[in-house]
Design a protein around this ligand. Structure first.
Ligand code: ADP
Length: 445
């Protein structure tokens, strides 16, 4: 980038210097031409005076030494007098541009390439009062010879300017690029945003991405630590029971009890591992995500039927309400998981003789699912965090009812993937109501 800016600046400087030089030569030559013309005009007017005509219009005038040539011509083009050449041998001058112009307009001017290399001949013709044409001519440098003589000086100053531009470009490039180079070290600081206005979106994007990466890495670390911890408890108890059986000291009754304990812990491990696998599938986007038209009521019915026994065990009444033809466009497995997790929680965190009502309805043409319980409720300070992985309000209650602390994390993930919206209303000791509003209405078929 530095090199590119530097070369571009140098390119601009070199082009500017070259153009300036060409313009200077052109302007200078223009002025030079004007001056020669003015000079010739003055000579012509001087010679035209009657008294000086006698002085000049003769072959041996001292004026001719300075390179001036005077010709007197009739309007028909015949040469009457020429200071350089014998008039008799001269061709008719009537077609020369300066003569034609003088006959027509009173004066004429022309420049022609001279026989001498690098020189031009400048002509000025004047219509005299007695009807003849007085032409004055002089050789002077052509634009090329002026350019050639000025060339060394131009090259010298051009090179000098180029050198100055090179140094200036170097420092300018450095001062432009330095803040960007320093950015790598200071990108975390809020002041980094103020460097260049144009970089603000870029910097804020990097800053937010960086913050996300840090947050993700912390979450991952925390998750790994939690997983290890969660796996350790049932495994320790399996290992303990097995050891007791291994010693052969346990009575037959104890062995039965220990085997039951091992079974319970192994089941716990399986549930936990299943939830972890599900979460990592959702994280890695591996899960099958085909959406189909689903009858929300039917799915809720299946879930309620499946959990009815469970509810009875907890002395909780579980009922389903609502419209039977609510269709949503979503992924079947995901919706089943949401239904199962929410209803299962509503049963597990309920009170003796409590109730759970699953209802299916519609709002603004979109399917709405509500799971409401008359359970223990969630204290306000925990409400935001219960969707975090392994976050539980009451750890022992969660564990004793077979909870992994991952159910709501899975629900949250699915809701996000399906573009749905979830709202939680809960009051400690009164109950909890979770509402899911689906994004796409399905087709009834
Ligand atoms: P768990 O497997 O522990 O139930 P979840 O992720 O499903 O994990 O829920 C996280 C925590 O949120 C639970 O441990 C519980 O404290 C609280 N919770 C979830 N649903 C309810 C509910 N319906 N009523 C009261 N508390 C709930």
């Amino acid at each position: 980038m530095k090199k590119k800016i530097h070369f571009q600046l140098m390119g601009i400087a070199a082009a500017a210097i070259f153009m300036t030089m060409i313009i200077i030569v052109a302007v200078f030559y223009d002025l030079f031409q004007d001056q020669v013309k003015e000079e010739l005009k003055t000579y012509a007017e001087l010679i035209e005076e009657a008294e000086s005509r006698d002085l000049f219009l003769k072959k041996e005038s001292p004026a001719w030494d300075s390179g001036l040539r005077v010709t007197l011509i009739r309007q028909d083009g015949t040469v009457m007098f020429d200071s350089d050449v014998q008039e008799a041998g001269m061709e008719n001058h009537g077609d020369r541009p300066e003569i034609l112009a003088a006959v027509k307009e009173g004066e004429g001017y022309d420049i022609r390439t001279s026989a001498t290399v690098g020189m031009n001949t400048f002509y000025y013709a004047l219509l005299t009062q007695d009807g003849h044409i007085l032409r004055v001519a002089k050789e002077a440098n052509s634009v090329w010879s002026i350019f050639a003589s000025a060339f060394p000086t131009l090259i010298f100053f051009g090179a000098l300017l180029l050198l100055v531009s090179m140094v200036a470009a170097h420092f300018l490039t450095q001062s432009l690029v330095r803040p960007i180079e320093n950015l790598a070290d200071t990108i975390e600081e809020p002041a980094a945003v103020g460097i260049y206005e144009e970089l603000i979106p870029f910097i804020t994007m990097i800053q937010s991405q960086h913050a996300d990466i840090l947050k993700n890495s912390m979450m991952r670390q925390e998750f790994t630590a939690n997983v290890s911890h969660e796996l350790k408890t049932p495994l320790t108890s399996i290992s303990g029971y097995a050891e007791l059986i291994e010693t052969g000291m346990a009575s037959e009754e104890d062995v039965m009890r220990f085997a039951k304990g091992i079974h319970k812990s192994a089941n716990r491990l399986l549930t936990l591992i299943n939830d972890i696998i599900r979460l990592s599938e959702l994280d890695a986007n591996q899960s099958e995500e085909t959406a189909e038209d689903l009858n929300l009521y039917q799915l809720a019915q299946t879930c309620v039927d499946m959990l009815q026994l469970n509810a009875e065990k907890h002395n909780v009444t579980l009922t389903l309400k609502g419209k039977k033809e609510i269709m949503v466009l979503a992924n079947r497995q995901m919706i089943e998981e949401v239904l199962y997790n929410l209803t299962d929680n509503a049963i597990r965190y309920n009170k003796e003789n409590g109730s759970v009502v699953v209802s299916v309805g519609e709002q603004e043409g979109k399917g709405v699912l509500t799971v409401e319980d008359s359970g223990i409720g969630i204290p306000e300070e925990h409400q935001e965090r219960i969707f975090e992985r392994f976050y539980r309000v009451d750890k022992s209650r969660s564990k004793s009812t077979g909870g992994t602390g991952l159910g709501l994390a899975i629900v949250k993930h699915i809701i996000k993937k399906q573009g749905a919206q979830l709202t939680l209303e809960s009051k400690e000791g009164v109950g909890t109501k979770i509402t899911v509003m689906f994004a796409n209405a399905g087709q009834d078929n």
